[in-house]
Design a protein around this ligand. Structure first.
Ligand code: NDP
Length: 291
């Protein structure tokens, strides 16, 4: 039976480290690290996410700046706010909650965030830095996946890692992070010919396809590390892209949903905010390391 990865426990340990780091930072610089969130419109799910991020900041000693704009906000109003936050010395990280209302150009707004404050790691500059192996802020969910593998002593170097999904948010950056850690990486997508056969060669299988229970025993090599990024709200509760019960007897380690990758995402946002603050104050440059 697989060892079940306890994402909550790993996240809690890492948040303790951020709390300690934020305390030292505040003592040394006379201010806490600061994270500005921007929510445009009143989408209830986005409201829950942003409020959760603000609460998480408060719990680790990061100052949250919670900016809310009406759904009627124009492109230039949002862009002006981002420009002000780029220039604000109390703000180390800026997060534009996506999606933004129709009519706004999310890509242009994201691209206008100062890459050194891009704690979501989603600007073209951050993506370029990751692709080139340069120091920078890495996307949160992919970083969390690497940290979970490390926390459970899953060897990455030399392993065959198969990633199902190629989104800019998860699939592509996690593939890049695994490659940076010297895995041999195969990235699968909806046009991949024999998905099961490809997945079944993986030592590390990361699934971020957004299809409930699409990965079963035929996709899993015995002993593989299986990381399930998917989240689906169903009548039977939350579930992932992996058929947990069917895969559990085969996998070596396995993330549950909920309680696996999920808790790591906000944790990595907090880590990125502290790292950005330290880099901006000249304490320590941004790392080139994966995760
Ligand atoms: P996207 O919809 O942006 O991307 C899905 C990817 O999966 C695409 O590249 C798509 O291929 C591929 N795909 C879809 N169906 C198949 C299939 N049948 N076989 C092979 N590949 C397939 O999703 P995201 O990357 O944004 O998110 C993926 C999942 O992760 C979602 O369930 C989301 O809710 C969850 N998520 C969880 C987070 C967390 O914190 N735990 C954070 C972010 C996301 P193609 O490119 O060809 O269309």
């Amino acid at each position: 039976m697989a060892r079940i990865i306890d994402g909550k426990a790993v996240a809690e340990r890492l948040r303790d480290e951020v709390r300690a780091g934020a305390e030292v930072f505040a003592a040394d610089h006379g201010r806490p690290p600061g994270l500005a969130t921007i929510l445009v419109g009143d989408d209830p799910a986005s409201d829950v996410y942003v409020s959760g991020k603000q609460r998480a900041c408060g719990a680790v000693g990061i100052e949250g700046f919670d900016h809310r704009l009406p759904a009627t906000a124009t492109q230039s109003e949002v862009a002006d706010l981002i420009a002000r936050l780029n220039d604000d010395p109390a703000v180390d990280g800026i997060l534009l909650q996506l999606p933004v209302p129709a009519g706004l150009d999310a890509d242009a707004l994201t691209a206008s965030i100062d890459p050194d404050k891009d704690v979501d790691g989603l600007t073209p500059v951050s993506a370029g830095r990751l692709a080139l192996g340069q120091p920078g802020l890495r996307p949160c969910t992919p970083s969390g996946i690497i940290l979970l593998l490390d926390a459970h002593d899953v060897p990455i170097e030399g392993a065959h890692a198969v990633v199902v999904g190629r989104s800019n948010l998860v699939g592509k950056p996690v593939s890049a992070l695994l490659l940076a850690r010297n895995a041999t990486v195969t990235t699968c997508h909806s046009r991949t010919r024999d998905l099961a056969a490809t997945c079944a060669t993986a030592d590390i299988l990361v699934v971020a396809a957004g299809k409930a229970k699409m990965i079963g025993p035929a996709h899993v090599k015995p002993g593989a590390a299986v990381i399930d990024v998917g989240i689906h709200r169903t009548d039977d509760g939350l579930m992932g892209d992996v058929d947990f019960e069917a895969v559990e007897p085969l996998a070596g380690v396995l993330t549950p949903v909920p309680g696996g990758v999920g808790p790591m995402t906000i944790t990595c946002l907090l880590r990125n905010t502290l790292a950005a603050a330290r880099a901006r104050e000249g304490v320590e440059a941004l790392s080139g390391a994966a995760g």
